[in-house]
Write a protein that binds this ligand. Structure first.
Ligand code: UD1
Length: 416
């Protein structure tokens, strides 16, 4: 799909079901290869990053079948441990196959990972951690070659609670010899979800969701069926869309326990929220209030993956707002696009200052990464006139049917 055209200025009303979580699905698909039998994952989102990961599994020799939104993976037939650049270059999360391939097969070859262009995104923590567990890793012509006769447990202290590194260590440790302890581990819900999946398969893991995770290596895993949690970033994206356009929406199957930081920000902007078990009803103000300062932080802080969507909303807030991006240094790439729509934003380093205007105006803008692309659609639903988002394929890396979902809420959207 090339372009998405949004006709703005129509308040959103209605109900949506939140899709399965992208950032939980990807490491769980990589984890499935640790077991030489069957893993079934229900509620798996049909998004490009999952399709791409399925291609990696097929390339390795796994058999993979979709049954509706359930994915059945049989990993008893893996022969190939080299991931081709065609798939690895698309997604940074391909790096977590290093841990699972080392754990299961003892070797891996992986082109340097790609993904969103939102900063330098080094992988030194991943490589240093796996080396501490006995892996030898060399880079030759942009390909990482990793090998380990015997992956073993280790004590690993991360200088930053990196989500991907924590996942990679867990994946390498599940079948390793001995005990692995991760200090300053990431506490994101997606880490807890990966551990829940692995524990249902017989892994021995404690402490997930805290800063210290302990993994005792086991000899073998077992077949399992698993229901994947909902996507907190997708839920947040739709709430931000409603804040941009106005109206009242209800989200069902929402991971409300993981969204406290989002709710705080939405309420500060004037949203009225009713939260039930897994349901959110939100009524948006006619125009949001500005926010004095919002900083992105590791969980349970406000997520970097929602920063662009929030930025789009703040462009039409009453007053001046400030955002501090603490995770990725290059996450203001949509600023020139929002400025084309009339936004008043100044950036310097990690900070963005936004002076809200009554209304943005629709024009042609270009997506250059996943969340920034979604944020342009959010700006579009709140703008006067038509906004055309070019290169919209980035958005489908993480959203199953963002156009259909927003149309269900009353938005007028065309695609070609
Ligand atoms: C990050 C987000 C995660 C989000 C994902 C997709 C955080 C903490 N992580 O996870 O919530 O879902 O992007 O957008 O919010 N770093 C290093 N060396 C490494 C690895 C990371 O210096 O080896 C640095 C990165 O440059 C970055 C920070 O650590 O500044 C965050 O990295 P990390 O959590 O590993 O990123 P992702 O796993 O991609």
């Amino acid at each position: 799909m090339g372009d998405i055209t949004v006709r703005g200025g129509i308040p959103l009303h209605g109900k949506l079901y939140v899709q399965g979580s992208k950032n939980a699905a990807l490491p769980i698909l990589a984890a499935a290869i640790l077991h030489d039998g069957i893993s079934v994952i229900h509620n798996c989102p049909h998004i490009l990053d999952v399709e791409n990961t399925v291609q990696i599994l097929l390339e390795m020799g796994c058999s993979v079948e979709w049954h509706g939104s359930s994915l059945k993976i049989f990993a008893g037939t893996i022969q190939n441990t080299e991931i081709s650049s065609e798939y690895a270059a698309q997604m940074r999360s391909s790096v977590i196959f290093l841990g699972s391939l080392l754990g299961r097969m003892g070797n891996a070859a992986l082109p340097l990972p790609g993904g969103c262009t939102i900063g330098k995104r080094p992988i030194d923590l991943h490589l240093d951690s796996l080396k501490r567990m006995g892996a030898r890793i060399e880079e030759e012509k942009e390909i990482l070659f990793a090998e380990a006769q015997n992956i073993h447990g280790a004590d690993i202290r991360l200088r930053f609670p990196s989500v991907g590194t924590t996942e990679n260590i867990i994946l390498a440790a599940v079948l390793a010899e001995g005990t692995t302890r991760i200090f300053n581990a990431a506490k994101e819900p997606e880490i807890i979800e990966l551990c829940r999946f692995l524990k249902e398969k017989g892994a021995d893991i404690r402490g997930e969701g805290t800063a210290c995770i302990v993994i005792e290596g086991v000899k073998k895993l077992k077949d399992s069926e698993f229901v994947l949690m909902s996507d907190r970033i997708v839920a947040g994206t739709y709430l931000m869309a409603c804040m941009s356009a106005g109206g009242m929406i209800s989200l069902e199957r929402a991971p409300v326990c993981q969204m406290a930081a989002q709710f705080k920000i939405l309420e500060s902007m004037g949203a009225q929220l009713q939260i039930e078990k897994d349901k959110i009803v939100m009524s948006a103000p006619e125009r949001p209030r500005a926010l004095r300062a919002v900083a992105t932080q590791p969980y349970p802080g406000f997520p970097t993956d929602l920063q662009s969507q929030l930025l789009a909303v703040l462009c039409r807030a009453r007053g001046k707002s400030r955002i501090i991006e603490n995770i990725f240094e290059d996450r203001y790439q949509i600023v020139p696009q929002l400025k084309k729509m009339g936004a008043q934003i100044d950036t310097a380093g990690q900070e963005a200052w936004i002076t809200g205007t009554q209304c943005l105006h629709g024009t042609e803008v270009r997506a250059c990464e996943l969340r920034g692309g979604a944020a342009l659609m959010i700006a579009g639903v709140g703008a006067a006139g038509k906004t055309t988002v070019k290169d919209s394929h980035f958005i489908f890396r993480g959203y199953e049917d963002i156009c259909g979902d927003l149309r269900n809420l009353g938005a007028v959207i065309e695609t070609n």
